[in-house]
Structure formats: C-alpha cells, structure tokens
Ligand binder design. Structure first.
Ligand code: 5GP
Length: 164
C-alpha cells in the first residue's frame, strides 16, 4: 500500500492550536470563520475557540468521492451562505486540506467580491495546490487520513441528496 499521512485526533488538537497561534501572531483577527463542510467544520470549530471567534459560517462543497476520486469540478451545495452576512467582514476560510486547491478557489472567489479581507487556513497543503493558503500547518504530497473520515460510516446510506 502507498504511504499515507496519518492525522490522529490527538495530533489534530496540536495542529489546530499551532495554526491558531500562527494566525494570532500574524496579527490577523477575523470577524468570522467560514468553514468548508464537512472536513473544515472541525478546523473551524477548533480555530473558533482558540481565536475567540464565535461567528462561524458553513459552506457545503463536494468534490471528492473517494481516495483520489474526484468530480470534474467542485460544486457548491445548498444552503449557500448569505453574502449580506459576509459584507465588509474580515473572513478566515477554514478547511482540512488544500489538495488541487479547486475547492478553496471556489470559496475564495465567492467571498472576494463581498468581503473586506479574506485569508485561508488549512491543516495541510499539497505542493501542487493552485491556491496558496496564508496559514498552513504542514505540507505533504501524500493522501491524508483524517480522524473524522478514516473509518467508514456506521450506517450505509445510498443515493443521498443534500437538502432533498
Ligand atoms: P481540493 O479541492 O483542494 O482538491 O480538495 C479539497 C477537499 O478534498 C478537501 O477538503 C478534502 O475533503 C478532500 N481531500 C483532498 N485531499 C485529501 C486527502 O489527502 N485526504 C482526504 N481524506 N481528503 C482529501
């Protein structure tokens, strides 16, 4: 089997704390954190506590269907955040990994016309990512096993459509 990058729950605790320190030391004080579901929710929650930001928003983007199995393009799924909530705000986008960078680019492009400032924080960034995040915990070119998705779901669900 090819080599994987393993992130345990414990190491995720360290990673998110260190990421928060980097952001704080850089002097960036976001008004709100925009997480990219689902992996980014964990990162956004941890950063929200560590940076004392209570204003958290979610954006649903689907791109990957399995290990290195991706759709042609990342797609924004409903509900899409209300741009009025983002207007003139300093926004921190939080996600688990920038791989191709396509997901983050989609979310950044969505934000950039409306917000005062947008920066991105990820736990991992891959070297080929088209988006270079301002805040990165570690760089890797391996497939990453995240603690929240390394195990299969406890129930099998088929043909689920979001917001149906
Ligand atoms: P991108 O649009 O940057 O190619 O991919 C972003 C999303 O794809 C991530 O938020 C994550 O859900 C998924 N993804 C990309 N690379 C990996 C990986 O190495 N491991 C896992 N578990 N998910 C990944």
């Amino acid at each position: 089997a090819e080599e994987r990058e393993e992130l345990s729950w414990e190491l995720f605790g360290t990673a998110s704390r260190e990421l928060a320190h980097t952001i704080a030391e850089d002097g960036f004080a976001p008004d709100l954190i925009l997480s990219i579901a689902r992996g980014g929710l964990f990162v956004a929650g941890a950063l929200g506590y560590a940076l004392d930001v209570k204003n958290l928003h979610v954006m649903n983007v689907e791109f990957y269907t399995g290990v290195d199995q991706r759709l042609d393009l990342p797609v924004m799924l409903p509900p899409v955040p209300n741009v009025v909530d983002l207007t003139s705000k300093k926004v921190l986008i939080a996600d688990d990994v920038a791989d191709t960078g396509a997901t983050l680019k989609l979310v950044r492009d969505f934000c950039v016309e409306h917000v005062a400032e947008v920066r991105s924080a990820v736990v991992y960034e891959k070297p080929h990512s088209t988006v270079k995040c301002e805040y990165v915990w570690r760089h890797t070119d391996k497939w990453i096993n995240f603690p929240w998705s390394v195990l299969p779901p406890v129930v099998q669900r088929t043909g689920q459509v979001l917001d149906a």
